[in-house]
Design a protein. Structure first.
Length: 281
């Protein structure tokens, strides 16, 4: 309420409105600190609607509809992209879901809750933190990111929003730019790993949804899927990245894949930078 007893702008019977929240979240981000948006002479202190759409890889029209509070069947993938673009905290992401679609986001680890319960989360987090400065993260059976260290957030900000490693690889437009040799080195091996996991856990609903979502959302993935390639893991693989965090510099990493002794339904990945092979050396 304001000093005259009237409602504060953007506040209604259900509290602050979604448009007001989105405008506030946009306004607090400095575009000069985002390499993709930084431009000489830019004076804007916050993100524009077009900026958010570009960072999220969605149409400006579709994001504009969300900010105008137009009711629609916004997908979890769409809302998570917006959450990542706006750098929302977990509580803010939950609020976005509640305001936009009337329900909280699904828990990423629900299908494998028993597996997660078998792992000492504090010990796992300590292990990941001890890998710094190398990015290290843990996923469940369906590649939902459940834990990570700070370098992961520096390299891959999308990981903060209960993201899925495979969905980002195949459905996020920026992935093709950031994962060097996307098809040969990343997409095909990842599809092979999904096929391997599906063969070993044919009744797992989360894996089934993952396969369906990727094949429905990516024509390139559908074409590669017909190769019938099967790959168990990426341990030891040398891969290249070109991330905003490195300001466009190409970085070579060696992938270390691990599994906790107490559960074969979790994965731990460490990306060790290979300085001898960096920048095309």
């Amino acid at each position: 309420m304001d000093s005259r007893g009237g409602p504060i702008e953007g506040e209604g019977p259900e509290g602050e409105s979604l448009p007001a929240l989105l405008r506030s979240w946009r306004g607090r981000i400095n575009p000069r600190k985002i390499p993709r948006l930084a431009a000489p002479g830019r004076r804007s202190k916050g993100l524009t609607q077009d900026d958010v759409a570009r960072l999220a890889g969605v149409s400006a029209r579709w994001y504009g509809a969300l900010e105008r509070n137009i009711k629609a069947e916004y997908s979890a993938d769409f809302l998570d992209r917006i959450s990542s673009a706006l750098q929302l905290s977990p509580a803010e992401r939950r609020t976005l879901y509640l305001k936009a679609v009337g329900r909280p986001p699904a828990l990423a680890v629900t299908p494998e809750a028993d597996a997660v319960a078998e792992v000492d989360e504090a010990l796992l987090q300590q292990f990941l933190d001890n890998q710094t400065p190398a990015p290290a993260f843990a996923t469940d059976l369906a590649w939902n990111v459940i834990s990570y260290n700070q370098p992961v957030l520096d390299w891959f900000p999308w990981a903060a929003h209960q993201a899925n490693q495979m969905r980002w690889t195949f459905l996020a437009p920026e992935a093709r730019e950031q994962l060097v040799a996307w098809e040969q080195d990343w997409a095909r091996p990842f599809l092979g790993q999904i096929r391997y996991a599906r063969a070993h856990h044919p009744k797992d609903e989360a894996l089934l949804r993952l396969e369906r979502d990727i094949l429905a959302g990516s024509p390139d993935a559908r074409e590669m899927w017909d190769r019938r390639e099967v790959i168990e893991h990426s341990h030891g693989a040398l891969r290249r990245l070109r991330l905003p965090y490195h300001q466009g510099r190409e970085v070579a990493v060696r992938i270390v894949d691990l599994r906790p002794m107490r559960s074969d339904l979790l994965r731990v990945a460490v990306l060790m930078e290979d300085h001898q092979r960096a920048d095309g050396a």
